[in-house]
Ligand binder design. Structure first.
Ligand code: PSV
Ligand code: MN
Ligand code: MN
Length: 400
């Protein structure tokens, strides 16, 4: 293994989401899992278990108010004691009854203000937790043509984003997430990367686009979006997960391993770019998982996701960049493709085992987790909590 490859693996980071450790489900049923985290402290404990075993998941994203506490510096200290940091802050402007017609895009000015106040409260929390990123996802949209004025809603979104942007801390960023549909089924206010990007451009330098792998139409080339945003200096981060149909939030890389590899290939390429903006953008990307589990054991599922990201990244690092450029310049269509395939088809598992051993980690984190008794221990201590903890109401509605 070359020193470059070794240090790149050493520097890889994946942030796990607090909401992935609590009970969550579909709108038909939430299956209560023995040992599922019930509080933000237990979510941090689980995130710390993932970090202990993988060594590349040193932070956990919070969702407010699900993870609300009185004293954030104390929560940060608790997290650090367990071995992780508090990462991105995710506001929640989609669960209050008043948000029936939207939050920052609602036709009701009072609701817009309520949403903006919550977003600003979350900026204040970032300052206490030392978080760099505010991750913004809005459920705003409409269900029927004519329901609301689409241009007026765009203006309301712009005004809200601008206010929040201007309140961000010096080195803070807002990551603007888009999603094709759901819960709105006619129009979503931030419906695709172009809409998010256009807002970011007008709002300011601290606004960047967040790409959630589950938020696109079938067949969309996500790696091309990634390449475009990297080149424009506006790729802020990822929410990694896997999907087959809609926003399935499944374990990363399970149904889309080649897509995940191609995304990492773009990031590796951009990190080597001679263009300063592209390179710096690639270096600042926030790699986060956005996943929620209905039937899977939660910590093990998160481990699997982190490890799949590591494998995809390791493969992308193996791409022979010189041969790739040569084949591309020569117009060698399949030669160039085979350079990618060579890397993709390499079994990197032995290499990653070697890397883990060199860091004093168990070469097989999943087996180590299973053998550790962690799951049995938390099941005993925490019992089987009914209902939420992750997506307490959002994904736990009664069957329709
Ligand atoms: C809803 O689609 C969602 O899954 C978004 O991806 C957010 O990032 C996440 O919930 C947390 O609010
Ligand atoms: Mn997301
Ligand atoms: Mn989502």
């Amino acid at each position: 293994m070359t020193p470059d490859l070794w240090s790149a693996l050493q520097a890889q980071r994946i942030e796990t989401p607090s909401w992935g450790y609590g009970n969550s489900g579909t709108r038909f049923k939430t299956f209560a899992a023995p040992g599922a985290a019930r509080t933000v402290y237990e979510k941090i404990d689980d995130a710390a278990e993932v970090q202990r075993l993988t060594g590349i998941a040193p932070s956990v994203a919070l969702h407010i108010p699900w993870d609300e506490v009185e004293d954030y510096p104390a929560l940060g200290a608790y997290a650090r004691k367990q071995g992780v940091e508090i990462g991105a802050i995710n506001p929640n402007v989609f669960q209050d009854d008043g948000y029936r017609l939207g939050s920052v895009c609602s036709p009701d000015e009072a609701m817009r203000e309520q949403a903006i106040v919550h977003l600003l409260d979350c900026v204040a929390i970032m300052k206490q937790t030392g978080s760099r990123d505010l991750s913004l996802w809005f459920a705003d949209g409409t269900n029927y043509a004519g329901q609301d004025d689409l241009r007026a809603r765009k203006h309301r979104m712009r005004a809200a984003l601008k206010r929040v942007h201007d309140a961000l801390p010096e080195n803070g960023r807002m990551l603007v997430e888009y999603k094709l549909f759901e819960p709105a089924f006619y129009a979503t206010d931030l419906f695709d990367w172009g809409a998010a990007y256009a807002h970011c451009l007008k709002i300011g330098d601290k606004a960047q686009v967040l790409v959630d792998l589950g938020h696109h139409a079938q067949g969309v080339n996500i790696e091309q979006i990634v390449a475009f945003l990297l080149d424009e200096g506006r790729l802020g981060g990822f929410h990694f997960n896997a999907r087959r149909y809609a926003d399935d939030d499944l374990i990363v890389g399970t149904s889309n391993p080649f897509e995940l590899f191609c995304i990492y290939a773009e990031l590796v390429g951009a990190a080597k770019s001679t263009d300063d903006l592209t390179r710096q953008t690639a270096e600042s990307v926030a790699y986060m998982i956005d996943q929620s589990h209905n039937i899977e054991p939660k910590v093990e599922a998160m481990l699997q996701s982190v490890l799949n990201c590591q494998e995809a990244y390791a493969k992308a690092l193996l791409i022979d960049q010189d041969s790739l450029k040569e084949a591309q310049a020569a117009g060698d269509v399949l030669g160039a493709h085979r350079v990618l395939q060579d890397a993709y088809k390499t079994d990197v598992r032995p290499l990653l085992m070697e890397w883990r051993e060199s860091r004093g980690l168990n070469p097989d984190p999943i087996a180590a987790h299973r053998a550790s008794g962690y799951q049995q221990k938390v099941a005993q201590e925490r019992g089987t909590a009914q209902g939420g903890g992750g997506y307490p109401e959002k994904k736990t509605a009664q069957p329709v």
